[in-house]
Design a protein around this ligand. Sequence first.
Ligand code: SAH
Ligand code: SF4
Length: 341
Amino acid sequence: MTNIYNLTLNDLEEYFLNINEKKFRASQVYEFLYKKRVKTFDEMTNLGKNLIQKLKEDFFFQQIKIILKQEDVDVKKYLFELLDGQRIETVLMYHNYGISICVSSQVGCNMGCKFCESGRTKKIRDLEPYEIVEQILQIEEDIKERISHVVVMGIGEPFDNYNNVLKFVKIINEPKGIAIGSRHITISTSGIIAGIEKFMYEDGQVNLAISLHAPNDKLRRKIMPISNAYTIEELISVIKKYIAKTNRRVTFEYIMLDNINDTNECALELANLLKGINCYVNLIPYNETENIEFKRTKNNQIMNFYDILKKNKINVTIRKEFGGCVDAACGQLRANQNIGG
Ligand code: SAH
Ligand code: SF4
């Protein structure tokens, strides 16, 4: 038995054809789920009693639960409990261009980045598509507004859960469903090359962000164990291929860690590495956490770093900081609940 929110419109059409029903039933169900937002099959009145009974036998509806919420002016953070008791978190941010949500894709993460709370707990399991979809549905219900942008940047490495994450994208992108445009969806990866290779052949215009965080292998290996598996040279080479294939601009995320990767030399090295690549760099002021010793780069050094990239003609932005007082960086709320990471 599977959760009804695990199905793409296409899956649902196939299901109905298999049980000798008309294909359009799938669109009806989608409308009930994502436009009318019903929570039971009984509310899908125009399907008829027999079909409702059949759906009840084949699918379940039960949802993940919000168990904690922290709020600030422009940010809300949610802790969810899944049906098996595991916990994940989701962050909502208000921008001048709309409302974005940062969803989790796994319980824990196997990549083990040294600065990241999520990486301190080994992956417990992948999230199923419905567990990612429901983060959006439940938060929209809570705020009574529509979310316009989605980033897969919460707990977990999306390309270590490739199929479920891509299915999630298909479900929320469906015009008959939640209908979030693919240009408004971003997947962030720590750089799993096999995932990027696959992703470039997917339909749609979903954005790709790469967590680079260092301009050379020596430094990257100190903070990101994944760089023992793939060198920066290999990473840049697959990204060039991705850009050539898709014609899309890539975002490089660069977390600013005091005295680790934030020197002027690092900025110059980064500028040289990215010269001529259709990309922009997003500098992320580090969100300090009690459990990890890294410190946030001072503002004036963030500005120096920014200026050096600018002077070298690299597109660069500094990420607006949200919710310093609500444990806003990924994994922190969960960690501070003392629930194993
Ligand atoms: N695993 C994927 C996506 C989730 S992590 C990835 O690494 O890209 C999303 C982003 O949050 C990464 O760029 C990560 O470096 C950043 N991040 C992790 N801990 C942080 C912290 N304490 N402060 C600021 N950003 C953090
Ligand atoms: Fe995993 Fe991303 Fe955290 Fe690294 S930064 S441990 S890849 S969630």
